[in-house]
Design a binder for this molecule. Structure first.
Ligand code: ASP
Length: 400
């Protein structure tokens, strides 16, 4: 049985077992089992996930930064792609936040008992200053995610500028990246039991309310993904004089592979083949823009982070302040750039966005149970985004 099947099944099983417990066990037995077994295992799993967040951001961001090599054309492609990525990510973010506001998937159930410590009284300028790291080691040890992201960007830039002399340092990060991906593989092996425990814990202690709320969460997320993947990209491609139908038809194999595996990395070879053989994209463009995009561009992750952050705020009854919304926007887009193209990577990065906005991390437990389901959809969007932006770059280059 594949890992994905295991995760989906463990989620369903967790729901069933949670319901049975909720219906037939006395309240104090539920509390006892939850505290000593399900909450324990589920939270343990989340702690493991948190364990790899800092190294993942650091290593993967440094490595992907240095992939933007210095030869003139690659510099131009990178710049254009980055502009396109940021603009389209902003649109994706807006769509995610819009649907979260519209559907209010988190309103109605007060799931998070814990009182939240908000960093009150911080003005926007104070907040902007606070995200600048004064000490890279302190940023890492305190787990200040935006500072870590800025540290990684500076390191990546330094390595690129140092050219030959930066290579040994880069090899360290490349090797670290490899090692961390393996650790992530091990941690994801724990996902079925983690997800099962989290589901039992949530459903047994909360009952039906959570499923009702989560169904709105799932629907909202999928709706946002469809609007971005077909609506926005479809219209953009049409406006640029390309045929959107040809686009979706040519890349259907790569998109369905993304849907099936929930890993955009896994789709790289097929996406390049589709681009060349089925779509007829210029070799020079596709061989740069697709690998570049697969490691950087993740619209599905942007939507996931933005939508979920609002969901969590609604769930915990927090009225988001402007500085928190800005923190969500900036961190969601930056984090999406360093989200690995593997199943469940988005949820791993979620603690960055939630802690940047001062939202409770415990909420990840609630989302984790349905993550596998939404992952298939957002991975497909990730791949659509990479390919659509490659097509847009090709048009842009041709025009010039
Ligand atoms: N699974 C996604 C991908 O491979 C990443 C994510 O979890 O959002 O692109």
């Amino acid at each position: 049985m594949s890992q994905s099947t295991k995760i989906s099944l463990s989620m369903l099983l967790g729901v069933v077992v949670g319901f049975i417990f909720n219906l037939y066990l006395p309240e104090n037995t539920i509390q006892y089992l939850d505290k000593n077994i399900f909450h324990l295992i589920g939270t343990g799993f989340i702690r493991f996930i948190q364990f790899i967040v800092v190294p993942i951001i650091l290593a993967s961001l440094v490595v992907s930064m240095t992939r933007m090599k210095d030869i003139k054309k690659i510099g131009r492609y990178s710049l254009k792609l980055m502009i396109l990525y940021i603009l389209t990510s902003l649109v994706a973010l807006f769509i995610g936040i819009f649907f979260a506001y519209l559907l209010k998937p988190g309103i109605g159930v007060q799931l998070l008992q814990q009182k939240v410590e908000l960093k009150e009284g911080m003005s926007l300028s104070e907040w902007l200053l606070s995200i600048i790291p004064v000490n890279p080691f302190e940023a890492m040890s305190s787990g200040h995610m935006i500072q870590i992201i800025i540290t990684s960007l500076l390191l990546g830039l330094g390595i690129t500028l140092a050219k030959e002399k930066g290579k040994p340092f880069l090899s360290f990060f490349e090797s670290a990246n490899e090692v961390i991906n393996h650790i992530m593989g091990i941690i994801l092996k724990l996902a079925p039991i983690g997800v099962f425990s989290l589901m039992v814990s949530v459903i047994a202690t909360q009952g039906l309310g959570i499923l009702k709320n989560l169904s709105l969460y799932i629907i909202g997320l999928i709706l946002s993904i469809f609007v971005m993947g077909f609506g926005i990209y479809g219209v953009l491609l049409f406006l640029l004089g390309t045929n959107p139908l040809k686009f979706y038809r040519s890349f259907f194999p790569a998109i369905s592979l993304a849907f099936g595996t929930a890993s955009s990395n896994a789709t790289l070879p097929l996406a390049m083949e589709n681009a060349e053989k089925r779509y007829g994209m210029k070799k020079e463009i596709l061989s740069f823009a697709i690998p570049f995009g697969i490691s950087l561009k993740k619209d599905g992750a942007v939507i996931l982070q933005g939508f979920t952050a609002l969901f969590v705020a609604q769930l915990s009854g927090i009225d988001l302040q402007l500085n928190q919304i800005i923190a969500i926007a900036i961190s969601a887009i930056l984090v999406s750039f360093s989200t690995a193209g593997v199943p469940g990577a988005g949820i791993i990065m979620m603690s960055t966005v939630l802690s940047a906005a001062g939202l409770p991390l415990e909420a990840i437990a609630i989302i984790a149970g349905v993550d596998r389901l939404t992952d298939t959809f957002r991975t497909s969007l990730n791949v659509v985004g990479v390919l659509a932006n490659a097509v847009i770059l090709e048009r842009w280059e041709r025009r010039e």
